[in-house]
Design a protein around this ligand. Structure first.
Ligand SMILES: Cc1cc2nc3c(=O)[nH]c(=O)nc-3n(C[C@H](O)[C@H](O)[C@H](O)COP(=O)(O)OP(=O)(O)OC[C@H]3O[C@@H](n4cnc5c(N)ncnc54)[C@H](O)[C@@H]3O)c2cc1C
Length: 452
């Protein structure tokens, strides 16, 4: 962008003032983006945002004025998606400065936060006040509204995704007006896992519960045959269970079992279905240092410091990586695992690690777990986009008989028409999104391709 154009774009005159008097518009070529990287890229650095302008409003009123004033736009959370879902042909509105804890209502056990708050920003505070969220993703670094918009999840056969914590949202609609939606509102289950299609969520009210501690035990080298014979028992052996594997040598390299200490828990011993108890903290990618991982070895700790795999103060996962993740109805779990295991020699050169988790059914229209308990096959790949994007269609074809659905925020190549056909509420979702946004302000390349 030329300097003059930049100045012109940042001094849009709007009713009641000059936009730049309270809103920062950042020149993407010169500035740091919200993740602190010196280019406007997503967290993993594999996607460069094409939006010309990035705005960082710090109040509801600023968001309203921006939304009303701007044409093509999209909310940007903490930039952790691996694809173009958060991009815009023109403007992005970051929620980076909308991160306040608004209100903890102890009578009704609810917590209201601004949409850009990251779970790790307020989790310790919530715990200090005696409360907890039911679950977290593998990392606490993601924004609440951004995580919910893509149906981000943790693990646990009884645990729904993070959107299932949401009781209500405050939404700035494409015309700049504000609407409050709670679970009784007919649009609630479309808007919360809304892929950013309905406007900008500015506040989220979450259900909280009494705080609890969790202990995390890790077991190494679980034979594949044990997984096949005892899949349900293994995945139910804790409040949240993750299996990590590189698919080689007919084994799961690590089993992470997170158990609440307020539940009846037995000693798991040293032998877990043929896997041996780890003797020190370990990273999901065993060769990496466990320094950034939450404590294991059965040491109890608060929920927010055990349910994610990675600690807030450190870089999560591997950093320079790609991710894909596929949701599979739980009844096909073992068949799906064995299908992917057959591809191990093709997968191995490009994989860092895969993770298998469970997620309970929910009611969100565009959640991959809509009315369906699922397991997920997540893979952290080496950052080799060409090779990974060549492999994904093969994996997707193998998983097609299981009605596989991809994670909205990760890499996938499934044909949009096929994908849409796997969502019972897709047509209703499109109709509602069009009703909220008749001129398509919040449509971007991703939505045009995959949803509309
Ligand atoms: C290292 C790593 C680990 C991860 N682990 C997990 C995991 O354990 N489980 C899992 O399910 N996923 C995981 N993810 C994926 C990640 O949680 C999701 O992609 C999530 O959407 C990221 O949130 P964000 O705020 O960064 O979203 P962004 O990438 O910034 O935005 C995602 C979408 O949300 C929309 N959005 C953001 N804020 C708002 C708002 N205020 N109003 C309306 N729409 C909004 C955007 O427009 C966009 O469509 C991981 C990602 C990384 C990089």
């Amino acid at each position: 962008m030329k300097r003059n154009d930049f100045i012109k774009k940042t001094t849009l005159v709007i009713t009641g003032g000059i936009l730049t008097s309270y809103t920062s518009c950042i020149d993407p070529k010169k500035s740091k983006n919200v993740a602190g990287i010196s280019e406007r890229k997503n967290w993993a650095g594999n996607y460069r945002y094409k939006a010309e302008n990035l705005y960082e409003p710090s109040s509801l009123e600023e968001v309203q004025q921006l939304v009303k004033q701007l044409d093509k736009q999209k909310a940007l959370g903490s930039t952790h998606c691996f694809n173009d879902i958060a991009d815009s042909p023109k403007d992005q509105i970051s929620t980076k400065k909308l991160k306040k804890v608004v209100h903890l209502d102890t009578d009704n056990k609810t917590l209201t936060v601004e949409a850009g708050a990251r779970y790790g920003d307020f989790a310790a505070l919530l715990h200090e006040q005696g409360y907890a969220l039911h679950n977290l993703a593998s990392l606490p670094h993601i924004s609440v509204a951004g995580a919910c918009a893509t149906a981000t999840h943790g693990s646990g056969v009884g645990n729904g995704n993070l959107a299932t914590q949401v009781l209500a949202v405050e939404l700035v609609k494409p015309d700049g007006s504000v609407v409050h939606l709670d679970r009784a509102h007919p649009d609630f289950y479309a808007v919360v896992v809304g892929l950013g299609a309905f406007g900008i969520i500015t506040k989220v009210t979450l259900a909280v519960e009494d705080t609890f501690d969790v202990r995390q035990d890790v077991f190494l080298d679980l034979p594949l045959e044990s997984v096949v014979s005892n899949f349900d028992e293994i995945m139910s052996s804790g409040y949240s269970v993750s299996l990590f594997t590189d698919w080689m040598n007919k084994k799961v390299s690590e089993v992470w079992i997170k158990r609440r200490t307020d539940a009846e828990i037995s000693d798991l011993g040293n032998d877990f279905y043929g896997a041996k108890a780890a003797t020190k903290n370990i990273h999901p990618i065993a060769d990496l240092s466990a320094e950034n991982c939450t404590d294991q070895m059965g040491v109890p700790g608060p929920w927010y410091d055990r349910l994610p795999h990675f600690k807030m103060g450190f870089t999560p996962s591997a950093g320079k990586e790609l991710q894909s993740e596929y949701f599979i109805p739980r009844e096909y779990a073992v068949d799906a695992l064995l299908t992917i295991e057959e591809m191990k020699d093709e997968i191995y050169p490009h994989i860092m690690i895969s993770e298998i988790r469970s997620i309970a059914a929910d009611n969100f229209w565009m959640s991959p777990c809509y009315k369906q308990d699922c397991i997920t096959l997540h893979t952290t790949w080496k950052q080799k986009p060409k090779e990974v994007l060549a492999l994904l269609p093969k994996i997707e074809a193998k998983l097609a008989p299981f009605n596989v659905k991809p994670h909205w925020g990760k890499l996938f190549t499934i044909d949009p028409l096929i994908l849409q056909g796997r969502y019972e509420k897709h047509t209703d979702f499109v109709a509602l999104a069009k009703a909220y946004d008749p001129t398509g302000k919040f449509r971007n390349g991703y939505l045009n391709k995959n949803i509309y």
